[in-house]
Design a protein. Structure first.
Lengths: 269, 336
């Protein structure tokens, strides 16, 4: 699969967007991630699954720069990425959502999603103080893109509502909107469906598939709901105790003995 | 009684003006507190430092003249020129922004994720450090602000109120100017933070650091901007208070006047800082007026003086008991 592949539903998957090579992450004596390698390809939906504490969120935090691995290389668009701050990585086109929603609670839905455009706004602070001219023009252009995201996620009704006042499911959707507004090359979703009811999960699955389909966005997601994961993802990495125990299509993973053991709870001793 | 009412109104208006000047100091606190959760004890010293620097630059004083003279055995004090007001103001703003950058680079950067109390202690240290630097740079003598700020009784208001009520109100032009500038600053800041990209980033950082990072906002850059703006506000406050009572080191104590304003208005609200300042300004003047008046004495059997010293703190205490988040602050609800 060096030059991509074609999915069963006929989408063409391209080359490697991101490649993790032999990543090891330690917190003091605790090894959170142990020598893991995998890649994420252009246009695919890549899931990372595993039992609680397997190191999935740590892996996402390594990808977006909250954590820096002690060993290993991260390749982004065919180049080794040197250690960077999270905001620099965001500028490179990696956007994310969080397991415990991290929205700007005092700001409106619209303003939250506008912050997603931050990387695309170039006028300096002096121009912004003058406001008329470049800053106003830039605001209008970016606002248009944000309105499209709002339409896409069907959240027009809550545009002006402070997000702190929104129900959980909608907050998750606004957070997705903020990440989408950045028009990322790689979108990281940390448990996008955690704590949702069946209906909300179906909505969220549909949005994830639509994002991938309409904008061709590459998506990496962590999710616990096996049904959802197997339904929507093209390839799955399985982690357990910081190690990779499986990697492949949903069908391959489903039949992998190590994966079955991890989920059914075989003695690790 | 009618006379008393007029005097009281005059006191209230004067209090309102003074209150706006308290707000100016409180505003700097709110900005920094919102963006970084730091209670910046040095805000008052920043006001002093800003005013000192402005006077120093404008009058062509040589910075650190004392040290230079001591080391080289020279006796230089002045460059022998004076800088026009506008240029001096711009240069001083430059110094305040440079200061903001230094604070971020050498202080905040090393204290990320520390306990609030540690950050607070750091700003106390910063306050004394700056006071020392200000002394070394510009000397400790009392200086006069030399800007074309109108001062003295406002004749228009005096004659108008005399025509209307038969008693002319004494309102100082300086207070009016300060109030107008403060209101303008607040409106400008509010618009800026609501509608500009950087303003949105400021609010984002105030709300959630991790989320802000994840959309590409550099916390350090935002902190420099916030401290820069706070420095600018401190400069305005320093100039206004300095014009009132001369630029002297006791100016840094206005920090203590801003505290009750913050407790009243809430630590996280820009409008709160303004309204809080006005309430305290009006409150202390009117309270003083009432309790020192002869009819209060007749009624109660005693009068009180110098209540301005403690009134604001008592009011703040009452608020702490009944509404700890202040009038406009965010209510903190812990979910269990």
């Amino acid at each position: 699969m060096s030059d991509g592949y074609v999915t069963p539903d006929g989408r063409t998957i391209g080359g490697k967007v991101l490649e993790m090579r032999n990543i090891t992450l330690r917190f003091g004596g605790v090894v959170a991630i142990k020598d893991i390698s995998f890649d994420i390809r252009e246009g695919e939906i890549r899931a990372i699954i595993g039992p609680n504490g397997a190191g999935k969120s740590s892996m996402l935090n390594v990808i977006n720069g909250f954590y820096h691995p002690q060993e290993g290389e991260i390749w982004f668009h065919g180049e080794v990425r040197k250690p960077m701050k999270p905001y620099q990585i965001a500028k490179q086109g990696i956007a994310r959502t969080f397991q415990n929603i991290a929205l700007f609670k005092g700001m409106s839905t619209l303003d939250n999603i506008m912050t997603g455009r931050f990387n695309h706004m170039k006028t300096n602070i002096l121009a912004q103080m003058v406001w008329k001219g470049p800053a106003a023009r830039e605001e209008a252009e970016n606002r248009e893109i944000v309105e499209k995201v709002i339409d896409f996620l069907e959240i027009q009704a809550i545009r002006k509502t402070p997000v702190g006042a929104l129900p959980y499911g909608l907050q998750k959707r606004v957070e997705l909107g903020r990440a989408l507004a950045a028009q990322p090359k790689l979108l990281l979703l940390d448990e996008p469906m955690a704590g949702m009811n069946v209906e909300e999960k179906e909505d969220m699955s549909r949005f994830i598939l639509d994002v991938n389909d309409e904008f061709g966005t590459t998506i990496a997601l962590i999710e616990h709901d096996m049904g959802v994961v197997m339904d929507i993802s093209d390839r799955v990495v399985v982690m357990d105790y910081g190690k990779k125990i499986g990697d492949g299509t949903p069908d391959e993973v489903r039949n992998n003995q190590a994966v079955i053991d991890a989920y059914l709870g075989v003695d690790h001793g | 009684m009618y006379d008393q009412f007029l005097y009281g109104t005059e006191a209230a208006i004067n209090g309102l003006m003074t209150g706006v000047m308290y707000s100016l100091v409180a505003l700097g606190f709110v900005l920094i507190f919102k963006a970084s959760g730091i209670f910046n004890y040095a805000q008052g010293v920043m006001a002093l430092f800003g005013a000192l620097t402005l006077v120093g630059i404008q009058s062509g004083q040589v910075p650190f003249a004392g040290i230079i003279n001591a080391i080289f055995g020279t006796n230089i004090q002045h460059f022998g020129w004076t800088v026009p007001a506008v240029a001096a103001i711009i240069l001083t703003i430059g110094v305040m922004v440079l200061f903001a950058w230094l604070v971020e680079r050498y202080l905040l950067k090393h204290l990320v994720n520390q306990e609030p109390i540690i950050l607070f202690m750091a700003t106390i240290g910063l306050a004394y450090f700056m006071e020392g630097v200000g002394d070394l740079m510009w000397g400790s003598n009392i200086k006069k602000i030399d800007l074309p700020i109108p001062q003295g009784i406002n004749e228009t208001i005096d004659s108008l109120t005399y025509d209307w009520f038969g008693y002319g109100f004494y309102i100082d032009n300086l207070d009016i100017t300060a109030a107008i500038i403060s209101v303008f600053l607040v409106v400008a800041l509010t618009i800026f933070s609501q509608y500009s990209t950087t303003g949105r980033a400021l609010r984002a950082v105030a709300d959630d650091h991790q989320a802000a990072l994840s959309v590409g906002i550099s916390l350090r850059k935002i902190w420099v901007i916030v401290w820069g703006i706070a420095g600018f506000i401190a400069l305005v406050a320093g100039v206004m208070w300095g014009a009132k009572s001369g630029v002297q080191f006791s100016l840094s104590l206005i920090t203590l006047k801003a505290l009750p304003v913050l407790m009243l208005g809430g630590f996280t609200s820009i409008p709160g800082a303004i309204i809080g300042g006005m309430i305290i300004g009006v409150g202390e003047k009117v309270f003083e007026f009432i309790v020192s008046s002869s009819w209060f004495g007749d009624f109660m059997g005693f009068t009180m003086n110098a209540t301005e010293n403690w009134f604001a703190y008592v009011l703040a205490l009452v608020f702490l008991v009944f509404r700890p988040q202040g009038l406009f602050g965010d209510k903190i609800i812990e979910r269990v």
